[in-house]
Design a protein around this ligand. Structure first.
Ligand code: NAG
Ligand code: NAG
Ligand code: NAG
Ligand code: NAG
Ligand code: ZN
Length: 374
């Protein structure tokens, strides 16, 4: 796979969700009071993830996130409804708050941003954040066939039937997180630059800054049609199993330099670099991973054409034609047309031939009149 070209961003945050906002508010209030903020019981880090298990019991659950997505084992579900977003274009809106909360880089989002189709209820946006590694280690949380992407974005939404993300965070149907992988591309990503150009302003833990609003849709991949869906959890303590996960198959790219800014700028605690903020993949424990697209049908390469050919053969009557079928039909039509043209040509040649034979004979008989006929 062209790993180089594809980088991932996924976001999972428990902390960000409910408790995070309260935790962050608290730490801000006590900024000057080191004793109080460090006595927080929910201090946790990425170095020792097994220590989460004793402090946060939900982290021991059977439906934890992230997971490794095994592309050959996902179940294609053609009935998965397409995702429709609304209100994501915030250009001309008020400024947005970007913060370093000690665990991630997070952008607060207004609840006018919504998922209006794709789930049983409407889900309001709350925040988005990132997970990354460092220059040696790719840091997406979800993996595809055991491969990490360089980074992952998570856009966290909460069920509109709850009054806040904090209330929703512990409910089984509370959250819907959209995740996408961020890879390295040749060009600078102008949309990511809206965040990354000011990342220096939030290099220290618990700092924040304001950035001009923009169209948040452009932080997600071009295509939202192809995605994986499974039931999981926050990927940070308290690990509540309240997330209906969507992980997109299409990916985002940023430049090497932009990725480096994400990996190298932020600090946590006392001048430690904030990097490798991803949780290890968790056991599936029998959970099903659905896909909104047939596994064998890919956009890349010639061999996949043959694959999609055979997939649609099986289910041909069910839906639209695959690219393979369209190609086959096009070639068939071309072939028949060529045959027709050939016969037409052959027929004309014969006509001509017999005509000139006739003429030849006529020449003999009516030689004087011939020139005027032609
Ligand atoms: C996740 O969303 C899908 C689509 O609406 C729904 O069928 C499924 O029940 C949801 N899962 C959970 C755990 O809420
Ligand atoms: C996208 O789907 C194709 C087909 O299953 C797979 O080969 C590829 O690894 C997937 N990529 C991601 C990022 O999901
Ligand atoms: C923070 O760490 C960097 C290197 O990691 C060092 O150059 C810098 O002096 C440190 N700053 C403080 C305030 O300790
Ligand atoms: C064909 O489509 C149906 C529903 O549309 C699905 O249940 C079935 O698994 C599909 N078969 C194959 C081989 O993809
Ligand atoms: Zn996250």
């Amino acid at each position: 796979m062209q790993l180089e070209l594809f980088i991932t961003l996924l976001l999972v945050h428990s902390q960000v969700l409910g408790d995070s906002s309260s935790e962050e508010d608290l730490s801000k209030e006590h900024e000057d009071d080191h004793e109080k903020s460090s006595s927080h019981s929910d201090h946790w880090g990425y170095q020792d993830q097994t220590s989460w298990l004793s402090t946060f019991t939900a982290c021991n659950g059977k439906s934890q996130s992230p997971i490794d997505i095994v592309t050959r084992e996902v179940t294609y579900d053609p009935r998965l409804p397409a995702i429709k977003l609304d209100g994501y274009d915030l250009s001309d809106g008020p400024e947005l708050t970007l913060q370093n909360n000690g665990h991630t880089l997070q952008l607060q989002l207004p609840n006018t941003m919504r998922i209006i189709q794709g789930f049983d209820e409407i889900y309001f946006a709350a925040q988005l954040h990132f997970h990354w590694g460092n220059t040696e280690v790719p840091g997406s949380e979800h993996t595809i066939d055991n491969i990490h992407f360089p980074a992952e974005i998570h856009v966290v939404h909460y069920n509109s039937k709850y009054s806040s993300v904090k209330e929703a965070a512990s409910k089984p149907d509370g959250l819907a997180v959209l995740g996408a992988f961020i890879g390295i591309g040749l060009h600078e990503n102008d949309n990511y630059e809206k965040i990354l150009s000011v990342i220096k302003d939030v290099s220290s833990e618990a700092s924040d800054t304001k950035i001009p609003s923009f169209n948040v849709r452009h932080l997600l991949p071009n295509s939202l049609d192809r995605f994986y869906r499974y039931t999981g959890s926050l990927t940070t303590p308290p690990c509540f199993q309240s997330v209906n996960w969507t992980v997109f198959n299409d990916t985002i790219t940023v430049s090497r330099k932009q990725l480096a800014a994400l990996e190298e700028t932020l600090k946590a605690g006392h001048n430690e670099s904030l990097s490798k903020n991803f949780r290890a993949p968790q056991q599936l424990n029998g959970r099903q991973v659905l896909a909104s697209f047939p596994a064998l049908q890919t956009r890349y390469g010639v061999s996949s054409e043959t694959d999609s050919f055979s997939t649609t053969r099986v289910n041909g009557s069910q839906g639209a034609l695959s690219r393979g079928d369209i190609l086959a039909i096009a070639f068939g039509v071309l072939f028949v047309l060529t045959l027709l043209l050939f016969f037409l040509y052959a027929y004309q040649q014969r006509q001509k031939h017999s005509k000139s034979n006739l003429e030849a004979r006529q020449n003999v008989i009516y030689k004087p009149a011939n020139k005027e006929d032609v």
